[in-house]
Design a protein around this ligand. Sequence first.
Ligand code: HEM
Length: 225
Amino acid sequence: MREQHQDSKKIYLQPTPVRIWHWLNAIGIVTLGISGAQIRFPEYLNIFGSYKAAIELHNAAGLLVAFSFSLWFFYYTLIARKMAQIYVPTRDDLERGLIRQSIFYFFNYFRGKPNPHHPTPDNKFNPLQKSAYLAIMFVLVPMVSLTGILLMNVGPLREMVLMIGGLKILVGMHFLLACSLGAFLFTHVYLATLGTTPLAYFKPMWTGWEEVEEHDLEDAKSHSH
Ligand code: HEM
């Protein structure tokens, strides 16, 4: 879907289900991080009044993340049918793209050079985004959720908890996975501000539409063939 807009064009980059998922997920995960910090360090933090309130909020936010994750998963696999196309890096992405994109973020961005990747609805992510988002959405979020679901049901799921190595190991795993998610989140939000303006990448995640220069659009088309 494309729309004429003065000298630049607009492309519809982020469909509504993706935007709903993303912001519900962001609210859920930030809430999980804050309430989780209180649950882990109750002697230092009391943000939500009581320990019990923090646990209840943490469980509710966990359900929100699980619900929005399903929305994301079903949308990309069953409706858009392009989960692999969007999220799995190609051979060229791994052999050349990762280095090209890293050079941009570490050096060329600061020298005012343009981003080597131009998103299109069928090739939204640069090679670094693809690799990071694949790991986050297919490994980290499912693993934090799984260890969290086990922790919510240690009684009924006792056998599984023991299989993993007991409650201490499970709590440790859940905490370390959550810390990794926190590390991703800081990097993610920082990198999201590196567009032509600090909010340039936020707009499409809010409105769906991304404004692109016509020559970038041509460039993106020629790379996808
Ligand atoms: C305050 C929190 C957050 C902010 C401000 C934020 C911001 C953004 C922005 C601006 C984009 C669009 C640009 C891009 O694709 O990089 C984006 C995409 C994305 N974000 Fe976030 N994000 C947040 C939290 C999260 C969390 C917690 C996760 C996962 C656990 C996440 C996963 C993703 C993924 C997978 C995409 C690509 C989605 C798609 O187009 O399919 N974000 N985010």
